[in-house]
Write a protein that binds this ligand. Structure first.
Ligand SMILES: Nc1ncnc2c1ncn2[C@@H]1O[C@H](COP(=O)(O)OS(=O)(=O)O)[C@@H](OP(=O)(O)O)[C@H]1O
Ligand SMILES: Nc1ncnc2c1ncn2[C@@H]1O[C@H](COP(=O)(O)OP(=O)(O)O)[C@@H](O)[C@H]1O
Length: 213
């Protein structure tokens, strides 16, 4: 049970009745021309999640898809502004993002999310929230040394100096994805090639029209 879900909360939700929407998920999807899904980018800080997810989002938008991008840093300013980086807070962070992603997918969008999401169990929990094929795990695989060399926000330097605690890859764990749908190696390809690898997966697997160019 989530540490944030009290017994009192569970009692409350048992009195809430689920309302069926007049417009069905199938009707929303039919009007869009692509199959909705969440592209769940996961990887170390500085691995390239935000960079690649942004380019993918742009490419999909240009192809006429309805898209949305949820980025770790931005969501932590708003919806998840109350959460830090303990294991427990990271679990709750991912649970909330999973629920939000599910709503966007229900609305018919191709959603890209860029969160470290370090734990396998939490990524699998989001996969379980969604229907078959609606969760596409994109492992942004970049060696720690490369992330640390890039250090776009200077956070590794601070973590090494002990100024930031529980930093992923330094003193907090990152569990490698077991069976990601897409495995992207950013140290071996350009940003454009990485983004195209993701878009090509969507074309090859029928999410978007393969003839789109
Ligand atoms: N302790 C610690 N560990 C990791 N990251 C840290 C930490 N403190 C701050 N930051 C900044 O927060 C961004 C990660 O937030 P996420 O919501 O993606 O993290 S998580 O999925 O809950 O693990 C992360 O963004 P990215 O660099 O884009 O990954 C960092 O900028
Ligand atoms: N092939 C690549 N793919 C993604 N990012 C790359 C690549 N090559 C270099 N970079 C650089 O690495 C950094 C990745 O930062 P960012 O996208 O913020 O990572 P994250 O969101 O995982 O923390 C950016 O400065 C980006 O320009």
């Amino acid at each position: 049970m989530s540490p944030y879900k009290s017994v009192e909360t569970e009692d409350k939700s048992s009195d809430v009745v689920w309302h069926l929407a007049s417009v069905t998920h199938e009707q929303r999807v039919a009007s869009l021309g692509h199959n909705p899904a969440v592209l769940w980018f996961t990887g170390l800080s500085g691995s390239g999640k935000s960079t690649v997810a942004n380019v993918v989002d742009k490419l999909l938008h240009e192809l006429g898809c309805k898209t949305y991008l949820l980025d770790g840093d931005n969501v932590r300013h708003g919806l998840n502004g109350d959460l830090g980086f303990s294991d427990q807070d990271r679990v709750e962070n991912i649970r909330r993002i999973g629920e939000v992603s599910k709503l966007f997918v229900d609305a018919g969008l191709l959603v890209s999310t860029a969160f470290i999401s370090p734990f396998n169990a939490d990524r699998e929990m989001v996969r379980e929230l969604l229907a078959d094929k609606q969760f596409v795990e994109v492992y942004i695989d970049t060696p720690l040394e490369v992330c640390e060399q890039r250090d776009p926000k200077g956070l590794y330097k601070k973590a090494r100096a002990g100024e930031i605690k529980n930093f992923t890859g330094i003193d907090s764990a990152y569990e490698l994805p077991q069976h990601p749908e897409i495995h992207v190696k950013t140290a071996e390809q350009s940003i454009k090639e990485c983004a195209e690898q993701v878009v090509n997966y969507l074309k090859d697997n029928g999410y978007i029209n393969a003839s789109s160019s």
